[in-house]
Design a protein around this ligand. Sequence first.
Ligand SMILES: Cc1cc2nc3c(=O)[nH]c(=O)nc-3n(C[C@H](O)[C@H](O)[C@H](O)COP(=O)(O)OP(=O)(O)OC[C@H]3O[C@@H](n4cnc5c(N)ncnc54)[C@H](O)[C@@H]3O)c2cc1C
Length: 371
Amino acid sequence: MELVIIGGGVVGLACAMVASESGIETILIEKHNNFGIETSSRNSEVIHSGIYYPENTLKAKLCVEANRNLYDWCEKYNIPHRRTGKFIIAIDDSELPELLKLYEQAKVNGVEGIELVDESIIKGEEPNIKAIAALWSPNTGIIDSHSLMNSYFQLAKEKGALFAFNHQVIGIKRYKSSYLLEVKDIGGNIFEIESKYIINSAGLNSDEIASLAGIDIKEAGYVLYYCKGSYFRLKPSKKGIVRHLIYPVPPANMTSLGIHVTLDLMGYVKFGPDVEYLNNRIKDYKVDEQAKEKFFLSVSRYLNNIEPDDLLPDQAGIRAKLQGPGMPYRDFIIKEESQRGLPGFINLIGIDSPGLTCSLEIAKLAVNYIN
Ligand SMILES: Cc1cc2nc3c(=O)[nH]c(=O)nc-3n(C[C@H](O)[C@H](O)[C@H](O)COP(=O)(O)OP(=O)(O)OC[C@H]3O[C@@H](n4cnc5c(N)ncnc54)[C@H](O)[C@@H]3O)c2cc1C
């Protein structure tokens, strides 16, 4: 095999599609029985525009580019989506400096169409929102993530990529000028696949995969922290309470974008995600009903006409974060590991938000190491 991709989330699928379109003999190995079972189907499904990320980071550069390309992709392949636009709001004077900082950051990053608007505009567009000013981002939107993944999957299959679901990579060793991957199937049988190139897009397990290949992940700065984000949804009777996505100014440490108000493609309203670092690496997706009060208090600061009983527990996802609690901001890792004695081994680690938006751009960078 020329290329083995480990992990069938949105990023691995995009890699399979880009690689097979370039004529690279490709197999994707996924431990679940289908694609997109983990983080890629447990997120806000927002098409980000690239506002928040420090300049010259991969997140900033890829997201601005990805925003344009993803809308084109959606049109071309009939992926359900909506360019809803989003307001990032300052609730009071104390939040204005942070809002202005974001405005400057967005301009530096090259985000298109970004505008500062005053209270009257917000009131006109969103009568239920309390804010004194906002950033208007016209190109933020929402997407059906499953349809996006399916488009990558179908195109990859058409171009000859192979998919091995129910198979888990459990070992990797260098062998001549290739790699031998040890793979376990659902029946517990273990066999080996030889491949010249490997793309590690194993999401929450991508640091473990790097470690299996012999990388000292502590020394390399590749250790992941599991950061859970839960959502509550608003009762269907409250549909229409907002028409755009509404985000507060984010917390200073940028561990998240703050508990925000999102819409799904049917127009139903969701609140979240919050930030909860997990102490262990158990993928616990249970939403704690007790958190309802916290969600209500957080959102009712800026959204009128809701009561605590309007909130219902929804889903949770886990961010694969390189930034642990209290640590400085971290960028995506998209790296070919020749310098660590692993030529052709491409690590994609710490692909948290905006990884869904950037999936195609990440894949192009990763596959570029192979061509
Ligand atoms: C709460 C939350 C909200 C988010 N909101 C947004 C948003 O609005 N917009 C946005 O752009 N991004 C968002 N993101 C980020 C986005 O969801 C991720 O960046 C993206 O889904 C990462 O995709 P992935 O393919 O890297 O990982 P995953 O989807 O986790 O896929 C990795 C796959 O690897 C498989 N795997 C792991 N180990 C092995 C192994 N040993 N062998 C075989 N297979 C293996 C797993 O089973 C899994 O299927 C959000 C994330 C979270 C958690």
